[in-house]
Design a protein around this ligand. Sequence first.
Ligand SMILES: CCC/C=C/C(=O)SCCNC(=O)CCNC(=O)[C@H](O)C(C)(C)COP(=O)([O-])OP(=O)([O-])OC[C@H]1O[C@@H](n2cnc3c(N)ncnc32)[C@H](O)[C@@H]1OP(=O)([O-])[O-]
Ligand SMILES: NC(=O)C1=CN([C@@H]2O[C@H](COP(=O)(O)OP(=O)(O)OC[C@H]3O[C@@H](n4cnc5c(N)ncnc54)[C@H](OP(=O)(O)O)[C@@H]3O)[C@@H](O)[C@H]2O)C=CC1
Length: 266
Amino acid sequence: MHEPDYDIAGETAIVTGASQGIGKSIAETLAASGANVAICSRSIDRVGPVAEDINEAEDVPGEALAVECNVREREQVQSFVDETVEAFGDIDVLVNNAGGEFVANFEDISENGWKTIVDLNLHSTVHCTQLAGEVMREGDGGSIVNLSSVNGQHAAPGESHYGASKAAVIRLTETLATEWAGDGIRVNCIAPGLIQTPGVAETLGIQSEDMPSREKTERRIGHAEEIADAVQFLVSPAASFITGETLTAKGVPRAGNSMSQDLGLE
Ligand SMILES: CCC/C=C/C(=O)SCCNC(=O)CCNC(=O)[C@H](O)C(C)(C)COP(=O)([O-])OP(=O)([O-])OC[C@H]1O[C@@H](n2cnc3c(N)ncnc32)[C@H](O)[C@@H]1OP(=O)([O-])[O-]
Ligand SMILES: NC(=O)C1=CN([C@@H]2O[C@H](COP(=O)(O)OP(=O)(O)OC[C@H]3O[C@@H](n4cnc5c(N)ncnc54)[C@H](OP(=O)(O)O)[C@@H]3O)[C@@H](O)[C@H]2O)C=CC1
């Protein structure tokens, strides 16, 4: 009888932006599945404890390496990739999770503000994918997952910079899936709806006290673990015939997809 294969034990996964929120949950999930995880954030004081917790957990088979790396800086990404290969020997999985935004109308976004968000969401993904991808292409291939957003799929006020950068991530995903298929690399994307994280608490002032449980189907806000579980599936052999796709994870469907609707802003 066929059994689905979700096994990623012994693989090496890079997860960017893993000091909190969705990235932290992805790192913990992949390590619990047996992958060795190389994780980064802009501060070793913030990402270091995440690796320590993974390494100290007796029921987590994967090892963790924490590196201070600002993914907007290509040289720092190169060092992160080099340290990962030195520690774990190869790279099989790359999760481009680091990203963020501020909410502002288009006319209020300065040139530097626009560049900041495009750098953070798009150019960081380019740096990590080119530099880690080189290792994957020279090795046995692998799997890449990019974090886009429903705001990259549908328009929402105050999200021109973020939406443009996250839409570009989707098209980059689709293009690379065609270019790197011959190298044995699958490239997919996840477009989350509103997910409760420290970043969302900071940006939108939404706190986690009243989070509905995962069992509650009819809801408009998700848990970071629900995105991590989707990543685990996409990087596993069970998803071997899935590439160039964007998996939307946004709770119950309804007309329109934008987070600003969920927040009652339109
Ligand atoms: C619907 C929500 C969905 C949520 C999705 C998520 O991803 S949430 C989860 C993700 N988590 C998060 O998003 C975390 C929360 N966000 C942050 O930490 C930061 O805003 C950042 C990471 C986006 C940029 O940080 P940084 O230190 O690199 O940048 P900096 O401070 O040096 O500013 C650079 C330029 O941007 C300008 N500018 C900045 N804010 C505003 C504004 N409100 N208005 C206008 N402009 C603004 C600023 O003036 C400056 O331009 P200037 O003056 O030189 O011409
Ligand atoms: N939460 C949501 O509702 C949604 C989130 N997303 C996307 O999911 C991803 C994660 O979001 P979320 O968990 O909410 O974000 P958070 O703001 O909670 O966490 C962001 C993480 O990225 C790290 N980070 C930020 N900038 C950099 C950088 N330049 N270099 C390295 N690391 C960096 C932060 O660490 P540190 O501060 O220590 O550097 C932190 O660990 C983002 O790409 C976001 O756009 C998409 C749709 C919805």
